[in-house]
Design a protein around this ligand. Structure first.
Ligand SMILES: [Zn+2]
Length: 203
């Protein structure tokens, strides 16, 4: 069976998830910077895009913006979900929250799994930046489709390959407009994407 055909499974425990207010403030501060630049947002057809996550110290658990929240300028704490476990090859995540975690959680999970020192992952959409990054930056194969275990695996592998680099940014070749950036903290990841955005914007 082509692993791209494995359906995404979200095993969702629908209940409130508590996490420190300090983390919530970090998430909203970073998200605001991204939202203001259209890196997180909503297409005219009403489909939201972009998500951010923070890892719980030294675990594989992370807090991520909820499914279909891209269009909101601010998120409440209950608009975030906690991913408690996942299985990349089975295209499955386990999450808790009043909202489901994004289907793109597996890409975040793959980066956390590859690199224990990564504390935050940011996934944004930006057509012109994506096109520029695909020329010179690490890019997953265009044949690897969005939402597949193969995409999560490819991002995880590239993350490992570029670990020593100053800029930790990946263009998702088979995910139109998709870009992943990560860092030891949410601030570091967000600053990287904003710096690159500003630099290329004036080219
Ligand atoms: Zn995306």
């Amino acid at each position: 069976m082509n692993e791209g055909s494995i359906k995404f499974n979200c095993l969702w425990e629908q209940k409130e998830v508590g996490f420190p207010n300090e983390i919530y403030v970090q998430l909203e501060t970073a998200r605001r910077e991204l939202y203001n630049r259209g890196l997180i947002g909503m297409y005219p057809n009403g489909i939201g895009y972009g998500n951010i996550s923070v890892r719980k110290d030294n675990t594989q658990t992370f807090i991520i913006s909820g499914s279909a929240t891209g269009g909101f300028s601010y998120l409440k704490q209950s608009d975030y979900a906690k991913v408690t476990n996942y299985n990349i090859s089975e295209n499955t995540i386990y999450c808790t929250g009043l909202i489901k975690a994004s289907a793109e959680s597996l890409t975040h999970a793959a980066v956390y799994q590859s690199l224990p020192e990564v504390g935050a992952v940011v996934h944004v959409h930006c057509l012109w930046l994506w096109e520029k990054l695909m020329k010179d930056y690490p890019t997953t194969s265009p044949e690897i489709e969005y939402g597949t275990p193969a995409m999560a695996e490819a991002v995880g592998k590239l993350a490992l390959d570029i670990d020593g680099r100053e800029e930790k940014i990946i263009a998702m070749g088979g995910h139109h407009e998709g870009i992943v950036v990560f860092g030891s903290s949410l601030m570091e990841a967000t600053e990287q994407i904003i710096n690159i955005y500003n630099r290329f914007k004036n080219d």
